[in-house]
Design a protein around this ligand. Structure first.
Ligand code: TYD
Ligand code: MG
Length: 460
């Protein structure tokens, strides 16, 4: 008789406890502990599942000098499409486990299927626990690629999946999604913390032992974190997030963790009738072309990872009609907005305390680069005073608590992107002027060090 054990798991963070507790000591959430049955088994049966797992590693590894480690053993697998390549840090690393998260309906399955179908000279196994083969076929036809070396498997039991894997030995495995899988070694229901963790661990072992990259799709909770345990994020090599408003056509792909590359990179896609299309010139879609300048709009030259991008910020300031003034922002941190409003009030004497302030970053993009501050502040003032900012002017600077205009990184790249898109004037911090190579630039640079100075130069 095998031993049956039950443990309580926090469904939010994956912490476990021998008895039920109301408040999770690890993530402070209430009522998240659920009893799950953990069925103990002898680990040996499971290892037999990987037929390709005849790795000498089980005898223990030998230490090796760092300079003797050759990278040529692991050439990255080239991925079609510049956006995904950049976000992954230059292609897929063999043996890597990638978690791909996003809200339902955002396009995770579409992007993964597109990847599977475009890797024509690679044998790919697409495991779906959510959709039938026919549904996948219909989607593939919509995407428009039908000749590919891609196998479809509709299965949710990991042991059966590994049987299929050993039969066809794929070079890339896509799991859609990890929450639908279950392993027979554990009795709890699919999607529960222990199931998700155990299934992911099996694929982790498979990826490392056979050097096959695995992409796992994961769902996201209402709060925006990857559903189920945080432990998944620790386990995998790369965490990709697909985000964006479902009502907008643009989708952003970000790496929030990447053992093989930079996490600042972002890829932009557009969802249309034929699947996801890459957007290679984001600035052009993020700036609305207007006949004449409107008040409350300012363009910012921001950086997303290594890529400069011009983004439109919009502000609407109006008298608060119902007592308590509202502050609302889409795509920009609300706390930072409150801080900027306080700076405007205290340092520049603008009375915004009794006004409603609404902020919107065009295209449904969320911006974290502080270089957007100056544009945002100027958009707020432009709306407040009803003075339009010329359409050929843009901004790239941070605003400090004393109202000083602070320098931002990679200013040359921002300036040359602005120039490339036909802007005639850019406001930057005067601290950024040092060491700035102005050769070949014909865009006018306005260097300012105080907010008042920026306003007087802008609306003079
Ligand atoms: P899907 O990949 O199923 O999302 P997820 O796996 O993240 O839940 O994408 C679902 C949405 O994408 C669906 O609402 C329809 C839309 N879509 C298009 O607009 N065009 C297309 O070509 C495809 C395949 C989907
Ligand atoms: Mg899906």
């Amino acid at each position: 008789m095998s031993k049956t054990k039950t443990t309580f798991f926090c469904q939010n963070c994956g912490a476990q406890s021998g008895k039920w507790i109301g408040k999770c000591p690890s993530c402070d959430e209430w009522n998240t502990y659920v009893e799950e049955v953990v069925h103990k088994e002898s680990k040996n049966d499971r290892l037999l599942l990987f037929s390709a797992a005849k790795h000498p590693k089980n005898e223990g590894n030998k230490s090796i000098l760092l300079q003797d480690v050759g990278l040529h053993d692991f050439p990255r697998i080239a991925v079609p499409g510049k956006e995904l390549t950049r976000v992954l840090g230059g292609g897929i690393v063999p043996g890597s486990l990638v978690l791909f998260g996003g809200e339902p309906g955002i396009g995770k399955s579409t992007l993964m299927l597109q990847l599977a179908l475009r890797l024509k000279n690679l044998k790919v196994l697409y495991v779906s626990g959510e959709e039938s083969e026919q549904q996948i076929k219909m989607r593939a036809e919509r995407i428009g690629i039908t000749t590919a070396n891609c196998f479809i498997l509709q299965e949710t039991n990991t042991q059966n999946i590994f049987k299929q894997i050993s039969e066809i030995s794929p070079q890339l495995v896509v799991i859609d999604s990890i929450q639908t899988l279950h392993t027979s070694y554990i009795d709890s229901s699919p999607g529960s913390v222990s199931q998700v963790r155990e299934c992911a661990a099996e694929f982790l072992r498979f990826a490392k032992e056979t050097n096959t990259p695995v992409f796992m799709i994961g769902h996201i909770t209402k709060e925006g974190s990857l559903a189920g345990p945080k432990v998944l994020e620790h386990m995998v090599d790369t965490v990709l997030q697909f985000e964006g408003d479902r009502n907008h056509i643009y989708r952003l792909l970000r790496a929030t963790k990447n053992r093989f590359g930079n996490t600042n990179e972002m890829g932009i896609y557009e969802m249309n009738g034929e699947g996801l299309r890459e957007v290679t010139n984001p600035s052009e879609i993020l700036i609305t072309n207007r006949e004449s300048a409107t008040s409350g709009v300012a363009i910012s030259a921001t950086m997303e990872g290594n890529r400069p991008m011009l983004i439109e910020t919009q502000a609407l300031v109006s008298s608060a009609a119902y007592g308590l003034p509202q502050r609302s922002s889409t795509g920009f941190d609300l706390r930072r907005l409150s801080m900027l409003l306080a700076v405007l009030e205290k340092r520049c004497g603008f009375k915004l305390g009794a006004k409603d302030v609404f902020i919107n970053i065009a295209g449904g993009i969320r911006v974290e680069d502080p270089g957007i501050d100056l544009a945002l502040v100027c958009a707020i003032l432009s709306s407040n005073e009803d003075l339009p900012i010329p359409q050929t002017t843009c901004f790239a600077a941070e605003v400090g608590l004393t109202g000083e205009i602070r320098p931002v990184n990679r200013i040359e790249q921002r300036i040359s992107e602005a120039q490339k898109l036909g802007f005639e004037k850019i406001f930057i911090s005067s601290f950024n002027l040092k060491g700035l190579n102005l050769k070949g630039l014909h865009i006018e640079i306005v260097a300012v060090s105080k907010m008042e100075e920026a306003f007087s130069k802008l609306f003079e």
